[in-house]
Ligand binder design. Structure first.
Ligand SMILES: NC(=O)c1ccc[n+]([C@@H]2O[C@H](COP(=O)([O-])OP(=O)(O)OC[C@H]3O[C@@H](n4cnc5c(N)ncnc54)[C@H](O)[C@@H]3O)[C@@H](O)[C@H]2O)c1
Length: 423
């Protein structure tokens, strides 16, 4: 998506805006559109969400950069994966991911498998010349993430780590405001990602509670999303202090050996300080990813459960000198990020649409040979996030503040802070 020119005027006359009521269905096309064959590993949560997005890309973003052709989907349970293929619209299915890797009809390999199955299939697919998108966390720790990044980078294919919250319109708008310097110097990034789904001690063991499969718990699952957003919005993290807890260790079916929750203080290379926490034990919180950023000129706040809104406070803004404070910006105008593809303003979109934006970005980067960054997360970004996760685990163990360590020395694209065009 091209860079928008940000308006200096806070209010545009309605007549000058393409509000969507009269523009639906006007997209032009006509040219022949090349196909790209998709091979999807995993048919459950992410398999379903990504497949839904591939189908919506051509429906909503006409003409798409390439036409996703759903070639094959893979899962362990043959009956279930066969049904998933029928339901989502794949031409074939398999229970062996190596068959996706060998399949010449596939040019895009999408890994939505559990974390222990990120490395081998993703690397094999890239080495077979397929572009690869892999769910987060990239690997189970920094070392594994580094290996995935390095081995895939060598093949020359496009690679993207599926940090889909970069593709929320309000988050992209926040990034645009930060790049434009509208918040001034950044002092704080305060954030949490809270869910409630495992408070019940009778909730059974699943792969997410097993370190061999998942790598870590709330940290790699939820924290990784927020760490990636922190890096995307504010810049690289230099040091952390962390604490982790496993509240319920024995569950029906096994022993939990990952964190149920973590808390951390983070120090950014650019001087800002902040907090990042995540938990699956926060009763009442369903998918509560929130952040607030405070700078010398203003503050913004975001809540994923209200993802079409951005809270903005710019001191001294007019009118309303006596009514200062956060105001709610409804991020749904036709000229807001990604909104050209959707509905008239105020006709809201949701979580699933972040995947449409993300996969459109990936396909467009392939079609036009464009960079995945700075707006898409590359495998380097997946690895950099894993470095921060590892540092939080080290700090929780040592009880000390820990520097974020890099296997490469300095990050290739180290950013003290986000500036226009960074990465
Ligand atoms: N970006 C996000 O918002 C988000 C949300 C949830 C999960 N995730 C990530 O997506 C990945 C998958 O999570 P999920 O929630 O979809 O998991 P899931 O348990 O719902 O689905 C896992 C899928 O992998 C398949 N699978 C497992 N082992 C296999 C094997 N050996 N061979 C073939 N297929 C196999 C299963 O059949 C299933 O279809 C994880 O890395 C997770 O961290 C990302």
């Amino acid at each position: 998506m091209g860079k928008r020119k940000r308006s200096v005027s806070p209010i545009l006359p309605a007549s000058s805006r393409q509000v969507g009521f009269v523009t639906m269905g006007t997209s032009a096309g006509g040219k022949k559109i090349k196909e790209i064959g998709v091979g999807m590993l995993g048919y459950a949560f992410m398999g379903k969400a990504h497949s839904n997005a591939y189908r919506k890309i051509q429906y909503m973003t006409w003409p798409p950069p390439l036409m996703p052709r759903l070639v094959a989907i893979c899962g362990r349970d043959e009956v279930a994966v066969a049904e998933a293929a029928r339901r989502y619209g794949y031409e074939s299915y398999t229970t062996d991911w190596k068959r996706l890797v060998r399949d010449d009809r596939i040019q895009l390999f999408d890994n939505g498998a559990p974390n222990n199955l990120h490395a081998a299939p993703t690397i094999a697919a890239a080495e077979a010349g397929k572009h690869v998108i892999c769910e987060k966390p990239l690997g189970r720790d920094a070392k594994e993430s580094y290996d995935i990044w390095q081995r895939v980078e060598k093949t020359g294919v496009k690679h993207m780590c599926a940090f889909n919250y970069r593709f929320v319109p309000a988050v992209r708008l926040a990034r645009e405001m930060l790049e434009a310097g509208e918040l001034g110097e950044i002092y704080h990034f305060r954030s949490s990602y809270l869910q409630e789904w495992i408070v019940d001690p009778q909730f059974p063991m699943v792969w997410r509670f097993d370190r061999k499969v998942a790598g870590s718990g709330a940290l790699g699952d939820l924290g990784a999303h927020v760490i990636d957003l922190a890096r995307y919005l504010v810049g690289d993290i230099a040091a952390v202090s962390g604490a982790t807890r496993t509240f319920i260790k024995k569950r029906p079916g096994g022993t939990v050996d990952v964190d149920d929750a973590f808390e951390s203080i983070v120090e950014f290379a650019g001087g800002a300080v902040g907090t990042i926490e995540a938990s699956r034990f926060a009763l009442g919180r369903k998918n509560g990813l929130t952040f607030e950023i405070n700078g010398s000129k203003g503050s913004i706040g975001f809540d994923l459960e209200r993802l079409n809104e951005l809270q903005v406070h710019l001191p001294g803004s007019r009118p309303g000198a006596d009514a200062q404070g956060f105001r709610t910006v409804l991020v749904s105008e036709a000229d807001h990020p990604f909104w050209k593809w959707w509905w008239p303003h105020g006709h809201m979109i949701g979580w699933e649409h972040t995947m449409v934006h993300e996969l459109h970005h990936f396909i467009e980067s392939i079609a036009k040979n464009k960079r995945i960054g700075p707006h898409g997360a590359t495998f380097e970004d997946g690895y950099r996030t894993a470095e921060v996760c590892d540092a939080i685990l080290r700090s929780a163990k040592s009880g000390r503040r820990e520097a974020v360590q890099s296997l490469t020395g300095k990050p290739k694209a180290a950013r003290k802070r986000v500036t226009a065009g960074s990465r």
